[in-house]
Design a protein around this ligand. Structure first.
Ligand code: CP
Length: 326
């Protein structure tokens, strides 16, 4: 089946110009992205892992915050689609001379670009960018707000393992309050019909989070009961700068909320996920990270295909005459 035809037939279903978050993406739009990603995964399995789909399209990766997986997989996705890519890091740029995000973005856009991928420590940075530039904006993680492509790759990974999202029981564990990954996954999973349980210390659980249609517990044993997927989140010490510590020690956190081999033995069908980077021995015991039921590296592999799909579908929504040729 011809990939270009398949995606273009359904292009109208993607009802957004940007990908800022999953909060307002419908189940059908998420389904289209996942379906397109599966086609691109076939491309990535070929000997020559490159298609000419985004030839002539220029993508700038604006990274104001550290990243390994997201940054490399966006760059690989752009290269696999034959786009021209430029990488920007705040360190070593004129940001260190006081240039603002708005001016940085507008100056880069003046060099004629089509899409901007942005990671920034401030929630709302991607939304803000849409008001500064004409280019399509893709949020690669903005503070504790959203990380939509992470959730999409998580959803793709789950869809490989389970027949349906309807009734799937997913538990998200840990530092919910500081987690953009949790928020995007909650929106995506709820849109697709999955049941979401959040588990973590009270100090890391936002008040009123139940309003998003999730169940909350502070007991790991309760959270894992009947659970299909346990998604452990990284403890984000770098975002816990204000006020007192949110838990007594990393050792105590691991004892109360870390997944250990005993949990895998107790729940023989449980699948373990983690967006990375993992603090071994904190969110997950080291043996769990390397366990066959931990699909952490599958998540990373799926990240390239998902980002190819997002770039392709959003580039396709440019004004007539500007769209990427197949
Ligand atoms: N999961 C994730 O966003 O990882 P990076 O911070 O390495 O991009």
């Amino acid at each position: 089946m011809d990939l270009t035809t398949v995606a273009q037939e359904k292009l109208t279903a993607l009802n957004h110009r940007h990908l800022l978050g999953l909060v307002d993406y419908s189940a059908e739009e998420i389904g289209l992205i996942l379906e397109t990603a599966r086609h691109f995964r076939d491309v990535l399995d070929r000997r020559i892992r490159r298609v000419p789909t985004l030839r002539g399209v220029t993508v700038v990766n604006l990274f104001f915050e550290a990243s390994t997986r997201t940054r490399i997989s966006f760059e690989l996705a752009e290269k696999r689609l034959s786009a021209d890519t430029v990488n920007f890091s705040a360190s070593g740029s004129s940001v260190s001379k006081g240039e603002t995000l708005k001016d940085t973005a507008r100056n880069i856009e003046a060099m004629k670009i089509d899409l901007v991928v942005i990671r920034h420590k401030s929630p709302g940075a991607a939304h803000f960018l849409t008001r500064c530039v004409e280019s399509v904006v893709i949020n690669a993680g903005d503070g504790a707000h959203e990380h939509p492509t992470q959730a999409l790759l998580d959803l793709l990974t789950m869809s490989d393992l389970f027949a349906s999202f309807e009734g799937l029981n997913v538990c998200i564990l840990g530092d919910i309050a500081h987690s953009r990954v949790a928020r995007s996954n909650i929106f995506g999973l709820r849109a697709l019909g999955a049941n979401v349980t959040l588990c973590g210390p009270r100090t890391m659980m936002p008040v009123g989070i139940e309003d998003l249609g999730v169940r909350v517990t502070h007991r790991l044993d309760e959270a894992l009961e009947g659970c299909d997927v346990a998604m452990a989140l990284r403890i984000q010490l770098e975002r816990q700068t204000d006020g007192p510590a949110l838990f007594p020690s990393l050792r105590e956190y691991h004892e109360r909320f870390g997944i250990r081999l005993a949990h895998l033995e107790q729940h023989p069908d449980l699948v373990v996920m983690h967006p990375g980077p993992v603090n071994r021995g904190v969110e997950l015991a080291s043996e769990v990270v390397d366990h066959e039921r931990a699909v952490i590296l599958d998540q990373v592999t799926n990240g390239v295909a998902v980002r190819m799909a997002v770039l392709y579908l959003l580039a396709g929504l440019m004004a007539p005459g500007e769209e990427a040729a197949g």
